[in-house]
Ligand binder design. Structure first.
Ligand code: G6P
Length: 460
């Protein structure tokens, strides 16, 4: 393949560890792309990090080269960053894209919100300027996610000759939900993305089509739009099995379950992941199936996320309270129905998924959901995927999983019951089929394809 000069632009980027090696954190976009970018001629431009979140490593790079990758940060002050990241990207756009607004209270567009949107414009402008000064004529620019919706438009004004694509790792809502935004703001965002002249990408055709409906609704010329679901990193996953803690965690979990069946979920602590309804479904499963008492354990491994936002802190409190009440309601001296661990430990997560009888993934909406793809690969127990039909990955895995309706707690309880009760042949069939699908296309394949699309040499 041609060795293009590639620029990736994203809110987050790789950091350096104390030895000066690249460090990718343990979740999200950067870690998903880690093995895919290694060994490439690539520049990664990101915002400096001001967040106290554990995934962020403070950094301020200018032309720093590590492992062959050039790292750059966009000069930015704290107010601009917080306005653009917390207020607009996380509190407005994330909720818009995942259909999470609770219209009784949110969203509200007042003068403070408009001021914050101005910082979002500045943040996008600064990214565009940095890309414009970094790119050569041959560079391919791969813009990632909702933080940078306006960059294709701004960059097009600065460097109209550049080949630019925009990829959303989130869902995108249908026009009816966008109409909650002020019309001129919604139009500005859709227009901003649509100026990525080499293509606008999503993880599934459903999100791509929603985007195209939006361009129509706001009278914007439709760009080339494509669906390209991200792949996994099977080698990295298998490598976790060799980590010294992997077996330690497996032994711990075996001790916890004894001969009981194990339901596992691994998620960021995030309202779109639908963690509360998941526990309500488990509650209903236990109350309507007396025979399951003491026969099943729900292991929930939840990574803290965006803890600077009230709504996320409140969500955590609600999760902890619900788990305590379910454990009190059903627990016995010999049995804790739910084991909740809030923390960030990839080896622990992989060890749990390896032992799952049911891998439970029930987001309200999700761009893709990588756990739904990693779980079947690392699993060693013919574990069955119970998967939300609103996760992007469902398009690929619908025939290899049990379908979950994320809002329907009773249906979700039924799906869990079905997943726990399948006979051996059906378990093997579903788990083998999911494993084959999830292993067949890697993150490296995805990045190769995105680069070829951005170069104009491939289309989907
Ligand atoms: C998830 C989404 C990505 C997004 C990231 C941001 O991983 O799939 O689309 O970029 O969250 O998370 P952060 O913790 O950086 O706000």
């Amino acid at each position: 393949m041609v060795n293009y000069h590639v620029i990736v632009a994203a809110n987050r980027g790789p950091a350096l560890d104390t030895k000066g090696d690249l460090s990718f954190g343990s979740g999200g976009l950067v870690s998903a792309l880690m093995p895919a970018i290694q060994g490439r001629k690539l520049t990664w431009i990101s915002a400096p990090s001001f967040s106290a979140d554990s995934n962020f490593v403070p950094k301020d790079f200018d032309n720093k080269v590590a492992d062959g990758i050039t790292l750059e940060t966009v000069p930015m002050d704290f107010e601009t960053y917080i306005g653009a990241y917390d207020r607009i990207s996380n509190e407005t756009l994330w909720f818009l894209h995942h259909n999470l607004f609770d219209a009784t209270y949110r969203p509200t567009f007042d003068h403070t919100w408009y001021e914050n949107f101005e910082t979002y414009r500045i943040y996008n402008q600064k990214f565009s300027e940095k890309i414009a000064e970094t790119a050569s004529e041959e560079s391919l620019v791969l813009i990632q996610d909702y933080h940078l919706s306006l960059v294709p438009h701004y960059l097009n004004k600065l460097r109209p000759e550049l080949k630019v694509s925009h990829f959303s790792h989130t869902p995108i809502s249908e026009p009816g939900i966008w109409s909650m935004l002020p019309d001129e703001i919604a139009r500005e965002i859709i227009l901003g993305i649509s100026k990525a002249k080499m293509g606008v990408g999503f993880h599934t055709t459903k999100w791509r089509d929603n985007f195209l409906y939006c361009t129509k609704a706001y009278g914007i010329d439709s760009p080339y739009a494509f669906s390209l679901p991200l792949g996994t990193n099977p080698e990295e996953l298998y490598e976790t099995r060799t980590h010294k803690d992997f077996k330690v965690f497996q032994d711990q979990f075996r001790g916890l379950c004894e001969d009981r069946q194990l339901i596992v979920r691994v998620d960021r602590l995030e309202p779109s992941k639908n963690i509360l309804r998941g526990f309500h479904a488990y509650d209903e499963l236990l109350s309507s199936n007396q025979e399951l008492k003491e026969k099943v354990v729900f292991l929930a491994l939840i990574n803290p996320s965006r803890s600077s936002l009230d709504i996320y802190r409140q969500y955590r409190e609600n999760i902890e309270a619900l788990v305590s009440s379910i454990n009190e309601k059903y627990g016995t001296p010999a049995w804790n129905p739910i084991e909740l661990r809030i923390g960030d430990n990839r080896i622990q997560s992989m060890a749990a998924l390896s032992l799952a009888d049911v891998i439970f993934v029930n987001p309200v909406r999700d761009g893709l959901n990588l756990v739904a793809k990693e779980g079947p690969i690392i699993n060693q127990r013919d574990g069955v995927l119970a998967l939300s039909r609103e996760a992007g990955a469902f398009a690929e895995l619908r025939d290899s999983s049990i379908e979950v309706h994320p809002m329907d707690v009773s249906q979700s309880a039924g799906a869990l019951y079905q997943a726990l009760s399948l006979d051996k042949d059906e378990r093997v069939r579903l788990s083998q089929s999911a494993k084959a699908i999830c292993s067949s296309y890697t993150a490296r394949n995805w990045l190769d394809d995105l680069i070829e699309i951005t170069a104009g040499r491939q289309s989907y």
